[in-house]
Design a protein around this ligand. Structure first.
Ligand code: NCD
Length: 311
């Protein structure tokens, strides 16, 4: 996937912006929740490979699809399957993709299911980690049991689907030679927003060291990657719970002065206040490069899913 994504990057930057390999292919992009990057990068990816997109804003409150009239997710997806070759679905309820997948014969890509998973984000995050740290072979060479690759996940680890998928992907990806000794995941969150037990259990199967360090200053001390997340206001039942934890972790210049000089800062975006704008000019701030990588990785995914079907 990393190799294919780099090929897509070269195609866009040096190969005239794209090609026509997905000509006459159609992507149905069905979003029940707000999105800028995931939705637009999937659309841009499809267009850059010569394909087309039908986008459905399916939010029952603000959208313009029949979900506003009470149509079920299953019926909407069945409808869009008729018109397209591949579907992308974002939905606020965890497990919604699993719910519809058995009824659909076309590939459906999960663009985020509530507090569940966000697998294509995890792929672009992994690609960004490899790209920023000099490639997978470099990471493998440099990660040892004395000096493990240390990934700090900070913020709303309970509701953040990006960190659920990333922790799982890092655990199983072979990003380092021996995950059980060469990869450490550090969880930095308020007690109310801890990494769910099922994600920790999944990661533990691979023997990976997982530690909780509630102080951000302590957590960054040995970090190679600081992955920051937004406190997901929309997932809280009680506003007072949100008010209690919002703004607890802020990455600013002061923190960056304490952090290792080769640590990179990532964020799936959108940010609210968890990374101060002053950090944007720091060369370690990788989140805008990460966002751009999203398009290349999604080009690679669509190519893999659609072109390979014809071969
Ligand atoms: C995230 C998401 O929707 O899960 N953003 C993204 O897809 N790039 C993170 C968020 O909303 O905070």
């Amino acid at each position: 996937m990393c190799q294919r994504s780099s090929e897509m990057k070269a195609l866009v930057k040096e190969g005239g912006g794209g090609d026509n390999r997905l000509q006459h292919k159609l992507l149905a992009s069905v979003f029940y929740e707000a999105s800028t990057r995931t939705s637009c990068s999937f659309q841009a990816a499809m267009h850059r490979l010569g394909g087309r997109v039908v986008h459905v804003d399916a939010s029952p409150s603000t959208g313009n699809s029949s979900s506003k009239k009470g149509e079920s997710l299953e019926d909407t997806i069945q409808c869009m399957e008729c018109y397209s070759d591949v579907l992308v679905l974002r939905h606020p309820v965890q497990g919604s993709l699993a719910r519809v997948i058995s009824r659909v014969n076309k590939p459906v890509l999960n663009a985020g299911d509530g507090i569940g998973e966000h697998p294509t984000q995890a792929l672009l995050d992994l690609y960004t980690i490899a790209d920023e740290l000099g490639g997978l072979s470099q990471i493998k060479q440099q990660s040892t049991s004395e000096n493990p690759l240390t990934v700090v996940l900070v913020g709303d680890l309970k509701h953040g689907r990006t960190v659920h998928s990333l922790a799982k992907l890092l655990a199983r990806s072979g990003v380092v030679n021996d995950p059980s000794t060469q990869l450490t995941l550090v969880y930095c969150s308020p007690p109310l927003l801890q990494m769910p037990q099922d994600v920790q259990d999944y990661v533990a199967q691979f023997g990976i060291t997982q530690t909780e360090i509630p102080s951000l200053a302590d957590a960054v001390a040995k970090a190679n990657i600081l992955y920051v997340t937004r406190v997901q206001k929309e997932r809280f039942d009680l506003e007072e719970d949100y008010n209690q934890v919002k703004g607890m972790y802020i990455v600013n210049q002061e923190l960056m002065r304490m952090a290792p000089s080769n640590m990179i800062v990532m964020h799936p975006l959108p940010r609210v206040d968890e990374i101060a704008v002053e950090v944007d000019d720091d060369s370690r701030a990788a989140y805008f490069r990460q966002m751009e990588n999203g398009m290349y990785v999604r080009m690679a995914i669509l190519d893999l899913v659609l072109s390979s079907k014809d071969k």
